[in-house]
Design a protein around this ligand. Sequence first.
Ligand code: SF4
Length: 305
Amino acid sequence: MRESGSPGAWGCESISDQDHEEHGTGDRGLKISEKPCRSALVRSGIPGIGYCINPYSGCGHGCIYCYASFMKRFLGTGEPWGSFVQVKTNVSDRLVKDLRKCRHDRVMLSSVTDPYQPVEEVYRLTRSCLGILAGTDLPVSILTKSDLVLRDLDLLKKFSDIEVGFSITTADDRIAEILEPGATPPSRRFAAIAKLSAAGIRTWVFIAPVIPGLGDSEGALREILGNARSAGALDVEYDPLNCYPSARSNLTSIFKKNWPEFLPGLEEACRNPAAWRSGLGSKAARLWKEYGYPLHRDEKRGRPD
Ligand code: SF4
């Protein structure tokens, strides 16, 4: 996920409550509802990305550091972030219409949700959008924390310009289970990278966010870089944690409960983010070079989660 501006970016901000149909709960007690949208292709402020498609609002992966949680206030729900998903049931119909008037520009799935979160197994909206995009010559970028993307390999192969990024915060499955309770374990994400790479699909890893204390040690970064290299990822990029109040307080609670040893690192980084980022940058410059990856090879492009 990467937040992308105003609530209008969601394309559903004006839908009334009458359009909102409750459907009960799914995996992990998720509250799933259907809510049609007014547009599928939304202009993006992310560098290098022309448009975003977010087939869902909310995200069942429920990452505790998620920056998109602020979007909750635009969605008319009081549910905790990670406990609800709104399904844009008409997104592919809207996409067909939006494509008639869009420019030739890169399309990203997705910017404020995960296009392959668990409900996608049932609703298949991302697959449906990909099927439509495959009939165009638009370049496409996918970013996910799920190996469900492998289901759509047949479609991915139809694109001349497509890349699949995997957001990976830690290579440790046990840690990820706590940080990202609804997402595919990182070991499976690396396995998916290997399969996609072997099939000729361009893949990359996005360490996002780098979490102070937990994810910024040389050992933690090396684990991800080494796994990425072995799996065939062509690039690795990173995004330091932004100490938003909600992300900071969620991480503090989780650290207190599970890994108190990481607390000083988090507190220091949030107290003095410039110094922390600078130290991380120096470490990354050395490690990325060692693993043969360019660092920020394309600053203008920017990267989502
Ligand atoms: S996968 Fe992305 S959008 Fe979903 S909860 Fe995690 S960080 Fe947020």
